[in-house]
Design a protein around this ligand. Sequence first.
Ligand code: SF4
Ligand code: SF4
Length: 457
Amino acid sequence: MSEATSIKHQLAAASPNPLAERLKLTLNYDELSNCIRCGFCQPSCPTFKETGLEAASPRGRIALMKAVVDDLMVPDSSFQKQMDLCLGCRACEPVCPADVKYGQLLEQTRDAIEKHTDHRWWIKPIRNLAFQQLFPNQKRMRLLGSALRLFQRSGIQRLVRKSGMMNLFPETMSQMERILPEASSKGVIEQLGTYVPAAGNRKPIATVGMFRGCIMDVLFTETNMNTVKLLSEAGFDVIIPPTQNCCGALHAHSGELDQAKDLAKKNIDAFQASGVDYIISNAGGCGALLVEYGHLLHDDPEYADAALKFAGNVKDVSQMLMEKGSIPEFSIDKAAASHGQVSITYQDSCHLRNVMKAGNAPRDLMNRIEGAKLVELRGADRCCGSAGIYNLVQPEMSMDILDHKMEHVKETHAHYLLTSNPGCLLQMKLGIEREQMSGQMKAVHIVDFLYEHLANN
Ligand code: SF4
Ligand code: SF4
């Protein structure tokens, strides 16, 4: 009997580990076996780059998952640690010659872990509040926005900062508080309505449905409004279905797959009822889950076909403009340009690049801005360390990744750093703040920059 077989028999003889049993049921064994252990994914993995550890790499994590399913190890705390440390950036997927669907394996693993985790007493209510009560309920999100706005505008925020109270919180949280944008009490629908026709009374190229997001519509309402206006300028009729919901990405990435599926169904119903040709997202993180609704609901007899159709019609705003739009002219206004050429750089959203496969669409748009020079950011395709709530739950690794990212950002000497996802945008603002570069560089969502520089604006 080989050593591995002997270990397998000994472990199998011990009482079954509930998480291991769950992983055996949840993980797709064919997908695990597809990994040929070539290691081509290693150089693209940020956590492998930071630690140099095989276990913190895609190949290592897949090997750990397979070892559990093969009864060669029990999923202990170090197993869980490596799964938690993964950013879910999916940079390992496009470079994989065997087309291993790592993201799906990670989601399945996290879902199993979540079902077998005894959180500390105060974590569960917080998770319930956020995942069940808040994100899926736009009215409550609006209330949160109003409360946050009151905090920011009433002077309480200034007092809190002055009192040093924020020092009681972890450093990353207090830094985040400083760069948080002003919340809005009114979302995109309250401000623009549910329908905005193609500008200039034109025959529309297509009717698109705007996906407004949950946090996006509270903290980045202006970006949502600019997205609608930009699409209208590019010749699209825009509908914003009022019954749409949170995309479910934070749920899916945090091991709450059942809730993610419920939200997906609500969104499919909402956009189907609105009769749009395409569904447009302006946040890479949300868009990446929307394009994967087909996979998420593949075994749901009622929704599988509709989910596949929905997913096939999802596009990022940059893709939509480049592929189908009548692209308006963009230019830097003369006053700004008189101080010398305006240079811009771009940090990819991992999910837009690796999952939505937006390719060069954002850069192609940036190259069309008259008077702006696009400077390529070294390692722009590498995660910035934001990754949903990763910067809050894994602050150390997140800041290590951010600090390395900022070394490359500094080399660009750009005036503006553009991104296509709210999480990346906040992380880049944080990086600029940490490096005390606020006087030289500004982080902006690409949609806001384009809209601000519409030639006829
Ligand atoms: S590149 Fe793909 S096949 Fe190769 S080790 Fe990584 S996940 Fe496995
Ligand atoms: S998702 Fe990102 S962090 Fe996780 S294994 Fe793949 S490349 Fe590494």
